[in-house]
Design a protein around this ligand. Sequence first.
Ligand SMILES: C[S@@+](CC[C@H](N)C(=O)[O-])C[C@H]1O[C@@H](n2cnc3c(N)ncnc32)[C@H](O)[C@@H]1O
Length: 281
Amino acid sequence: MPEEAGAASVTATTEAYYDSAEADSFYAEIWGGEDIHIGVYQLPDEDVATASARTVETVAGHVDFLKPEHRVLDLGAGYGGAGRYLATKFGCQVDCLNLSDVQNERNRILTANAALSDLVHVVHANFESIPGPDARYDVVWSQDAILHSGARERVLAEVARVLKPGGHLVFTDPMQTDDCPPDVLQPVLDRIHLDSLASPGFYRKNLAGLGFEELSFAEMTNQLRNHYDRVRQVLGARRAEMMERCGADYVTRMLEGLGNWVNGADRGHLTWGIFHFRKNG
Ligand SMILES: C[S@@+](CC[C@H](N)C(=O)[O-])C[C@H]1O[C@@H](n2cnc3c(N)ncnc32)[C@H](O)[C@@H]1O
């Protein structure tokens, strides 16, 4: 398949996946309705929502210079939990860009309920083609979303375009390790219909080529493992109820898929952490 058509087909599959009633119900129920990303756990049996909120606080520690005059872009913003956190804590403007209309609608409702609609704006778009002018944002933020792209170089080029000189990119992404053997990841990719995963080396090489300096990488692969194991436990404990909501097939495949992510981490094939880059001024 030509590259362009391949990327469009990955985007269409992702949009259909996140817009499906099953996925919406699963993520809203099991993650708690604010966040859909890997949690940072202090206790092994901690609540998924509490650990997920801690991830937002931890990533936000990298951009604690934010002020009300700053503008942030959240790529693949899900239900907008991070955007509301940043707007509340720093008073900054946040554009939540996301492909899923179902999630965007929930984001708008939660944002209105929090009286944050003047600061948090929900934008339906594909992060491979970000709407708006060059050099608009002080910070580009993304949590566990770029893995869904079939054209990651293009996403990074778009990030470079929309960031101001000296602007910051902070993101997390479930990745394959730099030395992951070929052809071992298919069971991992199948869970959420992915074609491939990026690696730390991929981000370093491409972002350096776009004129970014790496400020830090906080590697926390243990948290990826904790998280998928914890989600698997919670889903297992609520299996009957979640089968009613999402269907038996979805729950059975998800439990198996989550187990494959735990195994992928145990075998040293997967990694995760917080990347912080700055665009050269
Ligand atoms: C695992 S969820 C993470 C959501 C959110 N960042 C969070 O941490 O709660 C992945 C998100 O990426 C979004 N996404 C995937 N592909 C996208 C694309 N091409 N353009 C914009 N958003 C996309 C999905 O709709 C979904 O909201």
